[in-house]
Write a protein that binds this ligand. Structure first.
Ligand code: F6P
Length: 360
Protein backbone atom coordinates (compact mmCIF):
# COMPACT_ATOMS: atom_id res chain seq x y z
CA UNK A 1 0.00 0.00 0.00
CA UNK A 2 1.27 3.48 -0.96
CA UNK A 3 -0.09 6.21 1.33
CA UNK A 4 0.17 9.79 0.13
CA UNK A 5 -0.70 12.86 2.20
CA UNK A 6 -1.51 16.08 0.39
CA UNK A 7 -2.11 19.66 1.50
CA UNK A 8 -2.34 23.15 0.02
CA UNK A 9 -0.87 25.94 2.13
CA UNK A 10 -0.81 29.75 2.15
CA UNK A 11 -2.60 32.05 -0.29
CA UNK A 12 -4.52 30.09 -2.90
CA UNK A 13 -4.09 30.36 -6.65
CA UNK A 14 -5.83 29.15 -9.78
CA UNK A 15 -3.82 26.01 -10.53
CA UNK A 16 -3.74 24.15 -7.20
CA UNK A 17 -6.43 21.67 -8.22
CA UNK A 18 -4.82 21.16 -11.62
CA UNK A 19 -1.54 20.26 -9.88
CA UNK A 20 -3.13 17.81 -7.44
CA UNK A 21 -5.00 16.20 -10.33
CA UNK A 22 -1.68 15.75 -12.14
CA UNK A 23 -0.14 14.02 -9.12
CA UNK A 24 -3.06 11.74 -8.36
CA UNK A 25 -3.97 10.68 -11.91
CA UNK A 26 -0.33 9.83 -12.64
CA UNK A 27 0.18 7.87 -9.42
CA UNK A 28 -3.09 5.98 -9.72
CA UNK A 29 -2.44 5.18 -13.36
CA UNK A 30 1.09 3.91 -12.81
CA UNK A 31 1.39 2.49 -9.30
CA UNK A 32 1.79 -1.25 -8.93
CA UNK A 33 0.62 -0.98 -5.34
CA UNK A 34 -2.76 0.04 -4.00
CA UNK A 35 -2.83 3.77 -3.29
CA UNK A 36 -4.50 5.74 -0.52
CA UNK A 37 -4.70 9.55 -0.73
CA UNK A 38 -5.13 11.58 2.45
CA UNK A 39 -6.20 15.17 1.76
CA UNK A 40 -5.49 17.43 4.75
CA UNK A 41 -7.95 20.27 5.16
CA UNK A 42 -6.96 23.94 5.31
CA UNK A 43 -3.22 23.57 4.90
CA UNK A 44 -0.89 22.57 7.72
CA UNK A 45 -3.80 22.98 10.14
CA UNK A 46 -5.24 19.75 8.80
CA UNK A 47 -1.95 17.98 9.47
CA UNK A 48 -1.63 19.50 12.94
CA UNK A 49 -5.15 18.65 14.05
CA UNK A 50 -5.57 15.42 12.07
CA UNK A 51 -8.33 16.77 9.86
CA UNK A 52 -8.34 14.90 6.57
CA UNK A 53 -10.49 13.17 3.98
CA UNK A 54 -9.61 10.02 2.14
CA UNK A 55 -9.82 10.96 -1.52
CA UNK A 56 -10.38 8.85 -4.59
CA UNK A 57 -9.90 9.25 -8.35
CA UNK A 58 -13.38 10.82 -8.55
CA UNK A 59 -12.35 13.74 -6.33
CA UNK A 60 -9.69 14.73 -8.85
CA UNK A 61 -11.82 14.39 -11.95
CA UNK A 62 -13.26 17.60 -13.45
CA UNK A 63 -11.05 19.93 -11.41
CA UNK A 64 -8.42 20.87 -14.02
CA UNK A 65 -10.24 24.10 -14.80
CA UNK A 66 -11.45 24.89 -11.29
CA UNK A 67 -9.58 27.61 -9.38
CA UNK A 68 -9.04 27.61 -5.60
CA UNK A 69 -8.36 24.34 -3.80
CA UNK A 70 -10.65 21.40 -3.06
CA UNK A 71 -8.73 20.93 0.21
CA UNK A 72 -9.05 24.48 1.54
CA UNK A 73 -6.00 26.43 2.67
CA UNK A 74 -4.75 28.63 5.48
CA UNK A 75 -1.66 30.51 6.50
CA UNK A 76 0.43 28.86 9.23
CA UNK A 77 3.31 31.31 9.70
CA UNK A 78 6.69 29.62 9.90
CA UNK A 79 7.86 32.05 12.58
CA UNK A 80 5.06 30.83 14.89
CA UNK A 81 5.72 27.14 14.21
CA UNK A 82 7.58 26.59 17.46
CA UNK A 83 5.03 28.50 19.54
CA UNK A 84 2.47 26.13 21.07
CA UNK A 85 -1.15 26.64 19.93
CA UNK A 86 -3.80 28.12 22.29
CA UNK A 87 -4.16 24.70 23.99
CA UNK A 88 -0.43 24.27 24.47
CA UNK A 89 -0.04 21.83 21.60
CA UNK A 90 3.38 21.47 19.98
CA UNK A 91 2.54 21.94 16.28
CA UNK A 92 5.61 20.24 14.83
CA UNK A 93 5.17 17.18 17.08
CA UNK A 94 1.45 17.08 16.22
CA UNK A 95 2.23 17.07 12.47
CA UNK A 96 4.76 14.28 12.92
CA UNK A 97 2.27 12.25 14.93
CA UNK A 98 -0.47 12.61 12.29
CA UNK A 99 1.99 11.58 9.57
CA UNK A 100 3.19 8.51 11.47
CA UNK A 101 -0.27 7.52 12.76
CA UNK A 102 -1.54 7.39 9.19
CA UNK A 103 1.60 5.53 8.14
CA UNK A 104 2.18 7.96 5.28
CA UNK A 105 4.92 7.25 2.78
CA UNK A 106 5.14 10.82 1.58
CA UNK A 107 3.57 14.25 2.08
CA UNK A 108 2.96 16.50 -0.95
CA UNK A 109 2.89 20.15 0.04
CA UNK A 110 1.67 22.70 -2.50
CA UNK A 111 2.82 26.06 -1.17
CA UNK A 112 4.90 29.21 -1.45
CA UNK A 113 7.91 30.47 0.45
CA UNK A 114 6.79 30.30 4.08
CA UNK A 115 5.10 26.95 3.50
CA UNK A 116 8.26 25.56 1.91
CA UNK A 117 10.23 26.54 5.02
CA UNK A 118 7.82 24.48 7.09
CA UNK A 119 8.10 21.62 4.58
CA UNK A 120 11.87 21.73 4.98
CA UNK A 121 11.50 21.67 8.76
CA UNK A 122 9.33 18.55 8.50
CA UNK A 123 11.98 16.99 6.25
CA UNK A 124 14.60 17.75 8.90
CA UNK A 125 12.31 16.03 11.41
CA UNK A 126 12.45 12.88 9.29
CA UNK A 127 9.28 13.08 7.19
CA UNK A 128 9.30 12.36 3.46
CA UNK A 129 8.19 15.62 1.88
CA UNK A 130 7.82 16.83 -1.70
CA UNK A 131 7.05 20.53 -2.19
CA UNK A 132 5.37 21.95 -5.28
CA UNK A 133 5.97 25.62 -6.18
CA UNK A 134 2.68 27.43 -5.79
CA UNK A 135 2.22 31.19 -5.77
CA UNK A 136 0.91 33.90 -8.02
CA UNK A 137 3.92 36.00 -6.91
CA UNK A 138 6.52 33.82 -8.72
CA UNK A 139 8.97 34.61 -5.92
CA UNK A 140 9.99 31.02 -5.09
CA UNK A 141 13.74 30.61 -5.34
CA UNK A 142 15.04 27.64 -7.33
CA UNK A 143 12.40 27.56 -10.04
CA UNK A 144 11.96 29.82 -13.04
CA UNK A 145 8.21 29.59 -12.65
CA UNK A 146 5.56 28.88 -10.06
CA UNK A 147 2.04 27.71 -10.84
CA UNK A 148 -0.51 30.47 -10.31
CA UNK A 149 1.81 33.07 -11.84
CA UNK A 150 0.67 32.64 -15.47
CA UNK A 151 -3.01 32.96 -14.52
CA UNK A 152 -2.36 36.00 -12.33
CA UNK A 153 -0.53 37.70 -15.21
CA UNK A 154 -3.59 37.14 -17.39
CA UNK A 155 -6.04 38.52 -14.80
CA UNK A 156 -3.86 41.56 -14.10
CA UNK A 157 -3.37 42.16 -17.83
CA UNK A 158 -7.12 42.04 -18.42
CA UNK A 159 -7.59 44.59 -15.64
CA UNK A 160 -5.04 46.91 -17.27
CA UNK A 161 -6.71 46.40 -20.68
CA UNK A 162 -10.11 47.27 -19.25
CA UNK A 163 -8.83 50.41 -17.56
CA UNK A 164 -7.34 51.61 -20.87
CA UNK A 165 -10.71 52.36 -22.44
CA UNK A 166 -12.08 54.39 -19.55
CA UNK A 167 -8.73 56.14 -19.00
CA UNK A 168 -8.73 57.10 -22.66
CA UNK A 169 -12.34 58.37 -22.65
CA UNK A 170 -11.71 60.67 -19.68
CA UNK A 171 -8.10 61.56 -20.37
CA UNK A 172 -7.15 60.42 -16.89
CA UNK A 173 -4.05 59.05 -15.23
CA UNK A 174 -4.76 55.63 -13.74
CA UNK A 175 -2.69 54.01 -11.03
CA UNK A 176 -3.30 50.25 -11.02
CA UNK A 177 -1.98 48.32 -8.04
CA UNK A 178 -0.88 44.78 -8.81
CA UNK A 179 -0.15 42.04 -6.27
CA UNK A 180 3.20 40.36 -5.79
CA UNK A 181 4.06 40.79 -2.11
CA UNK A 182 7.76 41.83 -1.89
CA UNK A 183 8.59 41.26 -5.56
CA UNK A 184 7.58 42.72 -8.91
CA UNK A 185 7.06 39.71 -11.20
CA UNK A 186 3.31 40.10 -11.84
CA UNK A 187 3.43 43.91 -12.23
CA UNK A 188 6.39 43.59 -14.62
CA UNK A 189 4.83 40.94 -16.84
CA UNK A 190 1.27 42.31 -16.73
CA UNK A 191 2.58 45.85 -17.14
CA UNK A 192 4.42 44.93 -20.34
CA UNK A 193 1.52 42.78 -21.60
CA UNK A 194 -1.00 45.52 -20.78
CA UNK A 195 0.96 48.37 -22.34
CA UNK A 196 1.64 50.31 -19.14
CA UNK A 197 3.46 53.62 -19.48
CA UNK A 198 5.12 53.31 -16.08
CA UNK A 199 5.84 50.18 -14.01
CA UNK A 200 6.98 50.58 -10.41
CA UNK A 201 8.39 47.45 -8.74
CA UNK A 202 10.15 46.91 -5.40
CA UNK A 203 13.39 45.82 -7.05
CA UNK A 204 13.72 49.22 -8.81
CA UNK A 205 13.06 52.03 -6.32
CA UNK A 206 11.46 55.09 -7.98
CA UNK A 207 11.31 58.85 -7.67
CA UNK A 208 7.96 60.61 -8.13
CA UNK A 209 9.59 63.29 -10.29
CA UNK A 210 10.60 60.61 -12.81
CA UNK A 211 7.07 59.19 -12.91
CA UNK A 212 5.70 62.67 -13.57
CA UNK A 213 8.29 63.27 -16.28
CA UNK A 214 7.13 60.05 -17.99
CA UNK A 215 3.50 61.23 -17.87
CA UNK A 216 4.45 64.65 -19.27
CA UNK A 217 6.60 63.14 -22.04
CA UNK A 218 3.68 60.98 -23.06
CA UNK A 219 1.36 63.99 -23.02
CA UNK A 220 3.77 65.90 -25.24
CA UNK A 221 3.63 63.06 -27.75
CA UNK A 222 -0.17 63.35 -27.78
CA UNK A 223 -1.12 60.76 -25.15
CA UNK A 224 -4.41 61.81 -23.51
CA UNK A 225 -4.09 59.39 -20.62
CA UNK A 226 -1.47 57.38 -18.77
CA UNK A 227 -1.39 53.96 -17.14
CA UNK A 228 0.86 53.54 -14.12
CA UNK A 229 1.23 49.97 -12.85
CA UNK A 230 2.35 49.89 -9.24
CA UNK A 231 3.47 46.76 -7.42
CA UNK A 232 1.97 46.46 -3.97
CA UNK A 233 5.55 46.55 -2.65
CA UNK A 234 6.75 49.50 -4.75
CA UNK A 235 9.13 51.78 -2.86
CA UNK A 236 10.68 55.21 -3.38
CA UNK A 237 14.45 55.63 -3.54
CA UNK A 238 14.25 57.65 -0.34
CA UNK A 239 12.37 54.91 1.53
CA UNK A 240 14.64 52.20 0.13
CA UNK A 241 17.56 53.96 1.82
CA UNK A 242 15.89 53.79 5.25
CA UNK A 243 16.79 51.08 7.76
CA UNK A 244 14.22 48.24 7.45
CA UNK A 245 12.69 48.92 10.88
CA UNK A 246 12.23 52.62 10.15
CA UNK A 247 10.61 51.86 6.79
CA UNK A 248 8.22 49.34 8.37
CA UNK A 249 7.16 51.94 10.96
CA UNK A 250 6.65 54.50 8.19
CA UNK A 251 4.42 52.10 6.24
CA UNK A 252 2.42 51.27 9.37
CA UNK A 253 1.80 54.98 9.99
CA UNK A 254 0.92 55.71 6.34
CA UNK A 255 -2.46 57.42 5.94
CA UNK A 256 -3.13 55.53 2.70
CA UNK A 257 -4.67 52.04 2.50
CA UNK A 258 -1.88 51.00 0.13
CA UNK A 259 0.96 52.37 -2.00
CA UNK A 260 -1.15 53.08 -5.12
CA UNK A 261 -3.12 55.76 -3.29
CA UNK A 262 0.07 57.49 -2.21
CA UNK A 263 1.47 57.42 -5.76
CA UNK A 264 -1.85 58.77 -7.09
CA UNK A 265 -1.96 61.58 -4.52
CA UNK A 266 1.63 62.58 -5.27
CA UNK A 267 0.95 62.74 -9.02
CA UNK A 268 -2.31 64.68 -8.56
CA UNK A 269 -0.66 67.16 -6.18
CA UNK A 270 2.31 67.78 -8.48
CA UNK A 271 0.50 67.90 -11.82
CA UNK A 272 -3.10 68.89 -11.07
CA UNK A 273 -4.15 65.96 -13.31
CA UNK A 274 -7.23 63.85 -12.65
CA UNK A 275 -5.88 60.63 -11.19
CA UNK A 276 -7.80 57.45 -10.29
CA UNK A 277 -6.77 54.27 -8.50
CA UNK A 278 -7.84 50.75 -9.48
CA UNK A 279 -7.08 47.55 -7.58
CA UNK A 280 -7.84 44.16 -9.12
CA UNK A 281 -6.92 42.74 -5.67
CA UNK A 282 -7.76 39.10 -5.06
CA UNK A 283 -9.30 38.64 -8.52
CA UNK A 284 -5.63 38.04 -9.40
CA UNK A 285 -5.80 34.77 -7.48
CA UNK A 286 -9.29 33.86 -8.62
CA UNK A 287 -11.12 32.23 -11.49
CA UNK A 288 -10.03 29.41 -13.77
CA UNK A 289 -6.34 28.70 -14.42
CA UNK A 290 -5.04 29.89 -17.78
CA UNK A 291 -4.14 27.30 -20.41
CA UNK A 292 -0.42 27.82 -19.77
CA UNK A 293 -0.90 27.47 -16.01
CA UNK A 294 -2.82 24.21 -16.50
CA UNK A 295 0.03 22.81 -18.54
CA UNK A 296 2.71 23.84 -16.05
CA UNK A 297 0.64 22.63 -13.09
CA UNK A 298 0.16 19.27 -14.81
CA UNK A 299 3.92 19.02 -15.45
CA UNK A 300 4.62 19.75 -11.77
CA UNK A 301 2.06 17.16 -10.70
CA UNK A 302 3.43 14.48 -13.01
CA UNK A 303 7.02 15.18 -11.90
CA UNK A 304 5.97 14.84 -8.24
CA UNK A 305 4.16 11.60 -9.06
CA UNK A 306 7.29 10.23 -10.76
CA UNK A 307 9.23 10.91 -7.57
CA UNK A 308 6.54 9.31 -5.40
CA UNK A 309 6.50 6.19 -7.56
CA UNK A 310 10.30 6.00 -7.27
CA UNK A 311 10.15 6.48 -3.49
CA UNK A 312 12.09 9.77 -3.67
CA UNK A 313 11.49 12.93 -1.62
CA UNK A 314 13.16 15.86 0.14
CA UNK A 315 12.98 18.38 -2.70
CA UNK A 316 10.81 20.93 -4.43
CA UNK A 317 9.64 20.29 -7.98
CA UNK A 318 10.95 23.08 -10.22
CA UNK A 319 11.42 24.19 -13.77
CA UNK A 320 14.72 25.58 -15.00
CA UNK A 321 15.39 26.68 -18.55
CA UNK A 322 12.26 24.89 -19.71
CA UNK A 323 13.07 21.51 -18.10
CA UNK A 324 11.40 20.02 -15.07
CA UNK A 325 13.81 19.26 -12.22
CA UNK A 326 14.12 18.89 -8.45
CA UNK A 327 15.76 21.31 -6.02
CA UNK A 328 16.72 20.15 -2.51
CA UNK A 329 14.30 21.63 0.05
CA UNK A 330 17.22 22.72 2.19
CA UNK A 331 18.46 24.93 -0.66
CA UNK A 332 15.07 26.56 -1.31
CA UNK A 333 13.89 27.30 2.23
CA UNK A 334 14.08 30.93 3.26
CA UNK A 335 15.16 32.39 -0.09
CA UNK A 336 13.20 34.75 -2.33
CA UNK A 337 13.50 35.12 -6.10
CA UNK A 338 13.55 38.77 -7.10
CA UNK A 339 13.26 40.45 -10.50
CA UNK A 340 16.74 41.31 -11.75
CA UNK A 341 16.74 45.00 -12.77
CA UNK A 342 19.30 44.07 -15.44
CA UNK A 343 17.16 41.25 -16.86
CA UNK A 344 16.25 41.19 -20.54
CA UNK A 345 12.58 42.02 -19.99
CA UNK A 346 13.28 45.08 -17.83
CA UNK A 347 15.89 46.34 -20.29
CA UNK A 348 13.64 45.70 -23.29
CA UNK A 349 10.73 47.46 -21.58
CA UNK A 350 12.96 50.46 -20.89
CA UNK A 351 14.21 50.55 -24.47
CA UNK A 352 10.69 50.74 -25.83
CA UNK A 353 9.85 53.63 -23.55
CA UNK A 354 8.34 52.17 -20.37
CA UNK A 355 9.50 54.11 -17.33
CA UNK A 356 10.40 52.33 -14.08
CA UNK A 357 10.61 55.66 -12.27
CA UNK A 358 14.32 55.19 -11.52
CA UNK A 359 15.63 57.56 -14.16
CA UNK A 360 14.36 60.66 -15.95
O1 F6P B 1 1.13 35.51 -1.95
C1 F6P B 1 0.01 35.78 -2.71
C2 F6P B 1 -0.61 37.09 -2.31
O2 F6P B 1 -1.77 37.29 -3.08
C3 F6P B 1 0.32 38.29 -2.39
O3 F6P B 1 0.48 38.75 -3.71
C4 F6P B 1 -0.36 39.25 -1.47
O4 F6P B 1 0.59 40.14 -0.92
C5 F6P B 1 -0.93 38.36 -0.40
O5 F6P B 1 -1.00 37.05 -0.95
C6 F6P B 1 -2.30 38.73 0.08
O6 F6P B 1 -2.60 37.89 1.15
P1 F6P B 1 -4.06 37.67 1.74
O7 F6P B 1 -4.80 36.76 0.82
O8 F6P B 1 -3.78 37.03 3.06
O9 F6P B 1 -4.72 39.00 1.84
Amino acid sequence: MLRIGMLTSGGDCQALNATMRGIVKTVLGNSKEQVEIYGFEDGYRGLIYGKFRILTWKDFSGILTVGGTILGTSRTPFKLLDEPDENGMDKVEAMKQTYHKLNLDVLCMLGGNGSTKTANRLREEGLNVIALPKTIDNDTWGTDMTFGFPSAIDVATRAIDDIHTTASSHGRVFVIEIMGHKVGWIPLYAGVAGGADVILIPEIPYETKNVIKAIEDREERGGRFAIIVVAEGAITKQDAALPKKEYKAKVAARKYPSVAYEVADDIAAETGREVRVALPGHTQRGGAPSAYDRIFATQCGVEAARAILAGESGFMIAQRKGSMCRVPLGDVAGKLKYVDPESDLVQEAKLMGISFGDEA
